[in-house]
Design a protein around this ligand. Sequence first.
Ligand code: ATP
Ligand code: MG
Length: 470
Amino acid sequence: MLPKPLAALANALREAKDKAEVYVVGGALRDLLLGREPHDYDLATSLFPEEIMAVALRKGWAYHPTGIAFGTITVVVEGLPVEVTTLRREGRYLNGRRPSEVQLGGTLEEDLARRDFTINAMAMAWPEGTLHDPFGGRQDLQRRLIRAVGSPGERFSEDGLRLLRAVRLAAELEFRLEGETQVALATRAHMIRLVAAERIYPEMERLILSPGAAKGLTWLLQSGLLSLLMPEAVPLLTTPPDGTYHALNLWDHTMEVVRLTPARPEVRWAAFFHDIGKPYTRQVDDEGNAHFPNHDAVGAELVDRIAQRLRFPQAKAERIRTLVARHMFTFDMGPRGMRRLYAQLGGEGLRDLLDLKLADMVGTGGRFVADAYDAFTEFRKRLDDTLAQSTAFTVRDLKVDGHDVMAVLGIPPGPRVGEVLELLLNEVLEDPSLNQRPYLLRRLEELASDAKEPPSEDPPPDPHSRRDPH
Ligand code: ATP
Ligand code: MG
């Protein structure tokens, strides 16, 4: 059933003018026919943008001319945003970007012919409910096929984003790519170069979050699209398993980890990127075992590059990078390390890191999975207990602050103040009961009395911290 506000809008458009045509089109119709809940609604109409806006104005509905050059007005009815678009006929395309011109006032058939895939090129007339399906979309829904409308090669050349939309849609619906459409994906992959990063990133994110993400990423690899979008990831395919821990090559392992992580953006992206540094750091020792020294740090740098190029939102890019940088943490970590981890990642980040770790372990397919799982469960319990007892994670949580440091040590503002706070934090991370103002002030006085000596350094990093193979 269609939501009430949509019906109200469709009725109002229909009554605006004698013989006005109104159709439910696009993803909503596709999802309704599939028995899935639509997540947004598109209407097509013979009315022109000014007439659509006039209807909204008369009814007191908010509207935004989202793409007025292309004839699209978003009308918000009782909180439901609906994209209403004037029927269009094909304009010319410039260089595989968006159409350089669209002509408003096409027929329904012309409008459907310029849509990307058969399952997206159907219309349901309002209010009769008659289905218009000139390209066999309904049959392709039944066969679970993504098929371009008309010649796939031409359609991909007109707008390179359709390459990604094909893969994303197939991954979301868990459909297959029709043969010619799949071939055209490879022969026209280069058209993706002409598409702006701002259009690419949202499609990529929907792809990585979809139930068929691993399959979709593999299509990107096989078609050559991945070598244009994220060339850094391609060598995963030809990096052999390390023999001891892994039974799968790196690409297959990565896909396994993607499948095993929950569908949240940061952890899914981190799953895809977690071993991206391995092909660049692989070394084989005298016994023939492979090692990947620093692959986490190298991977984090590669994430930076990719995220910048594809314009990931900054905050998200940083969270993904941190997950990749920290995915090699080991279960022998003590309370201080656990609190540091929490301070760096926050609650959600820590949850992502644990989900990534578990998927990484299980996704090796190797013979140590059962033992590793026990160690993981034990670690998670210790982590929960430790964090529940903790009161301070960063210098901001200390019961003394920079003013105290400056006053007691008699020093001016500067980096030394931060160093001293870090020193106190280290003690408190080790033993939370020390986070008491009198104790910390006493420590500051001690530091003041041996102020000539530099503050003691952090202990050197745990020499075993790179023992874990994942
Ligand atoms: P969803 O909303 O689930 O992403 P959708 O199919 O509704 O799926 P939209 O981006 O909302 O996707 O686009 C609405 C409709 O517009 C599509 O169903 C398709 O008919 C058409 N369309 C969108 N982008 C393109 C494109 N690049 N080339 C051709 N037609 C397109
Ligand atoms: Mg839509």
